[in-house]
Design a protein around this ligand. Structure first.
Ligand code: CTP
Length: 410
């Protein structure tokens, strides 16, 4: 319930400012006490007169009243509020919040308040998708701001929507959930998890490689789920099969450390560097088991004879991590099997010293590489099997992280 709650509503220069009037009306109807703060650009989009009539309070925009010199203390405002919501939040205000610029009352209040802060971005798609904006939003999330986005209607995770401001009714619901403690806690806050993802490419010559059809999407879905739950993620990925648009969407928004790799050797080196620093590692990568024994510096020319390429084994990254794993670290592997699936998966779990293994079989429709769905079985060290129905990769990621969380809590 919002009755009696003290809410600062910050309004910035965005066309969506008209929605703020409606939001304000809904909050007042819920009997919340609302103090509107508006930026100079915000006033270009909606008049303070409208807002003050709706909130029954003067709208504050400047540090001083020009007529009588009254000073509005941002510190007192920050102390007064139970919650601050900035809706609409323009790209400019988000950038200033991210960098600590405080050249108006709304921003000084943001910097000084200790209350929870909600931010509902509103801008056009290109401004929103720009790496600078995405980075700024990630910074705000890292500092505990709750970003409200229309794509999901709930609090955002790593991947940010399209820039349209969430509808006022939804925002009111989110605030109600917040005050009723229904918003999920960051269950993995303080944890650091490494994720390997994508295929590896083993170069034959400057233009050819041996690879596989893995896209990396499972690993990305897992990284996003981890971030949503407050974990810090180190993503080691070969993302060559993703389009540049997909990369822009996934990576600018992950707010995470990412290492781009190509071959199994690269991935091995990175993994060894990062693994000692993490609480858990999730090995989703489809690592090539073999590489050409000899790399040809020059493009191999065609002739009429058979060509034999000798292959030598790649390092087994998961197995190596299994050897050096400390007792408080969790190691999770994946298995893609075509026959005797469960038996083979369990053998892999034992040989690589994994804590559990996620089995997905390419024989089932809609599973495995190049799809957005998957049907998994999780097998643990006691050979206990948990089968899940066909789900989206996002849902699968959530099931896997639920299991990881149980182990991290032990
Ligand atoms: N894996 C790894 N490094 C490798 C091979 C596999 O880290 N060189 C990891 C994968 O990321 C996965 C698990 O080990 O989590 C099992 O991978 P998979 O390819 O199914 O198993 P392999 O050990 O390669 O066995 P095989 O290909 O013979 O089935």
């Amino acid at each position: 319930m919002l009755k009696g709650k003290k809410i600062i509503l910050g309004i910035t220069g965005s066309i969506a400012a008209y929605k703020a009037a409606y939001l304000l009306r809904l909050l007042v109807k819920e009997e919340a006490e609302v103090q509107v703060l508006i930026t100079p650009a915000g006033k270009e989009f909606i008049t303070p007169a409208t807002l003050s009539a709706l909130s029954n309070k003067p709208v504050l925009g400047t540090f001083f009243e020009t007529n009588d010199g009254t000073w509005h203390s941002h510190v007192n405002l920050g102390l007064w509020a139970d919650v601050m919501i900035i809706a609409p939040a323009s790209a400019n205000t988000i950038a200033k919040m991210a960098t600590g610029i405080c050249d108006n009352l709304l921003l000084t209040t943001y910097l000084s308040t200790k209350c929870p802060i909600f931010v509902a971005p509103a801008m056009d798609l290109d401004m929103f998708a720009h790496p600078a904006t995405q980075k700024n939003i990630s910074l705000l999330i890292e500092r505990g701001c709750k970003i409200i986005e229309p794509s999901t209607g709930v609090l955002a995770s790593g991947l940010h929507g399209k820039g349209r401001m969430e509808e006022p009714e939804q925002i009111v619901e989110i605030l109600k959930d917040f005050f009723e403690n229904k918003i999920p806690q960051k269950s993995l806050a303080g944890k650091r998890v490494m994720v390997t993802a994508g295929p590896t490419y083993e170069n034959i010559d400057p233009v050819r490689f041996i690879g596989n059809y893995s896209s990396g999407k499972t690993g990305i879905a897992i990284a996003e789920e981890l971030i949503k739950r407050g974990a810090k993620v180190d993503l080691i990925i070969n993302s060559h099969l993703l389009s540049s648009r997909e990369k822009e969407l996934y990576f600018n928004t992950l707010g995470t450390a990412r290492s781009e790799v190509i071959s199994a050797d690269d991935m091995y080196r990175e993994a060894l560097k990062i693994f000692p620093k993490v609480d858990a590692a999730i090995m989703t990568a489809a690592v090539a088991d073999f590489k050409p024994a000899k790399y040809s510096q020059k493009k191999i020319k065609r002739n009429d004879k058979n060509l034999t390429i000798e292959l030598s084994p790649n390092p087994d990254i998961a197995a190596k991590l299994g050897q050096i794993k400390k007792s408080n670290q969790i190691l999770i592997g994946f298995a893609l099997e075509t026959h005797d699936e469960e038996v083979n998966a369990f053998k892999k779990l034992i040989s690589k010293n994994l804590d559990f293994i996620v089995l997905n079989s390419p024989s089932t429709k809609g599973t495995g590489f190049m799809t957005d769905t998957n049907e998994i079985t999780i097998i643990d060290k006691n050979n206990f099997k948990k089968k899940y129905p066909l789900k989206t990769k996002k849902e699968v990621a959530s099931d896997i992280i639920d299991e990881l969380e149980k182990l991290l809590k032990k």
